[in-house]
Design a protein around this ligand. Structure first.
Ligand code: PLP
Length: 369
């Protein structure tokens, strides 16, 4: 059978490295000779404890996580963390107030959720469109804020921070769901980092939380026990049944990242891949239009329109159809912004990004009027 090789450019759940899938398949029925699958393993068994601990250790190694930080594996996705962050951190100061930087759909949702539990201050004037990061010199931080929150990569809008906000008076909390481990990061600058696994580090079902020890123990009394960082970290993430299989897959992906040169190498590849697409957009004389300002453009998610600023619907449909015929799938933009979105997480190879760029070039030649 002459099947076209499929390239999944989806925004998440997203491509998992092929070698990881093969490894998981090999071990699926009989994990390391135990006669059972990881799917069937008790979360309190010695064998699962090994998987859990080695996954945590790999993460600590890849990100140089300082010892005074806890690593927790939780269910509920990034969205549960929109609630967990305020529930765990608002109590750090009496005012029960938090500062939010809202640069896209995901940080907007997080801010809305936090409003249920305390006072939320958006530190900058509301943006007309999510196409840039407001100048930090214009941010008005609140003196009584327990933490300052932002999303380092807005998956829907394609806006990525290329700097870590310099916050002195409050704890910095960050949603890194869609650019986690796509580059090195100085964990010591943060009080809290969280990231869903289903983009760069595995499959859906598990969310990593990295939190500084001294911030634990002030959760609001309304905080559900499963979201309480102190309780979850005190129980090594097995206060209740964790997403065992997703943690196992994450371990395999982290090993793959390590074997491929760690976060430093991922960053180089991600720069190369995204440059292939952005260069083409920039040189297309307005045939491809990316609305995001150049310095805030994401290396992970590239949204663009075809034909004009608002997108030519027929042309965009043809683009998606023709790409799909060549095996390049999941390129449709998020329903709230339309157009095309290319996601280039760690598992996407340079060759795959190049294949897309080549297609975009040919498509432009054929359809440019
Ligand atoms: N944060 C970001 C940046 C995301 O991209 C997403 C989902 O795509 C979420 C949070 C929500 O994650 P979940 O769907 O796992 O709740």
């Amino acid at each position: 059978e002459n099947k076209t090789e499929t390239v999944n450019f989806g925004a998440g759940p997203a491509k998992v490295p092929h070698s990881v899938l093969l490894e998981a398949q090999k071990e699926l029925l009989d994990y390391k000779g135990l006669g059972i699958s990881v799917l069937e393993m008790s979360h309190r068994s010695a064998d699962f404890t090994k998987i859990l601990n080695s996954t945590e250790n790999l993460l600590r190694e890849l990100l140089y996580i300082p010892e005074n930080y806890k690593v927790i594996f939780l269910q509920g996705g990034g969205s549960a963390q929109f609630s967990a962050v305020p529930l765990n951190l608002l109590g750090l100061k009496e005012e029960r107030c938090a500062d939010y930087i809202v640069t896209g759909a995901w940080s907007a949702k997080a801010a809305k959720e936090a409003e249920k539990y305390g006072k939320v201050n958006i530190v900058h004037p509301k943006l007309d469109s999510y196409t840039k990061i407001p100048d930090p010199n214009t941010w008005k931080l609140s003196p009584g804020a327990s933490y300052v929150y932002y999303c380092s990569n807005e998956t829907v809008n394609g806006v990525e921070f290329d700097f870590i906000p310099d916050i002195k008076e409050a704890v910095l909390a960050c949603d890194m769901s869609s650019n986690f481990l796509s580059k090195p990061v100085d964990v010591s600058k943060f009080g809290l980092i969280f990231a869903g696994a289903q983009k760069n580090i595995g499959c859906a079902g598990v969310t990593v939380v990295i939190v500084r020890e001294d911030l634990l123990g002030v959760a609001l009394k309304e905080c559900p026990v499963v979201l309480d960082y102190k309780i979850q970290s005190g129980n090594n993430s097995i206060y209740n049944t964790p997403p065992c299989f997703s943690i196992y897959i994450m371990g395999l992906v982290l090993e793959w990242i390590k074997n491929n040169g760690s976060a430093e190498a991922m960053e180089k590849l991600n720069i190369t891949k995204s440059k292939l697409i952005y260069d083409l957009i920039n040189e297309s004389n307005g045939f491809y239009v990316c609305p995001v300002e150049v310095k805030s453009r994401s290396r992970m998610n590239i949204p663009f329109r075809i034909g004009n600023n608002n997108g030519d619907a027929a042309l965009e449909k043809t683009f998606l159809d023709e790409a799909a015929k060549l095996g390049m799938i999941s390129l449709k933009g998020h329903r709230s912004v339309g157009g095309i979105r290319v996601s280039l997480y760690n598992a996407i190879t340079v060759e795959e990004a190049r294949k897309l760029a080549e297609f975009m070039k040919v498509f432009m030649k054929t359809h440019q009027s």
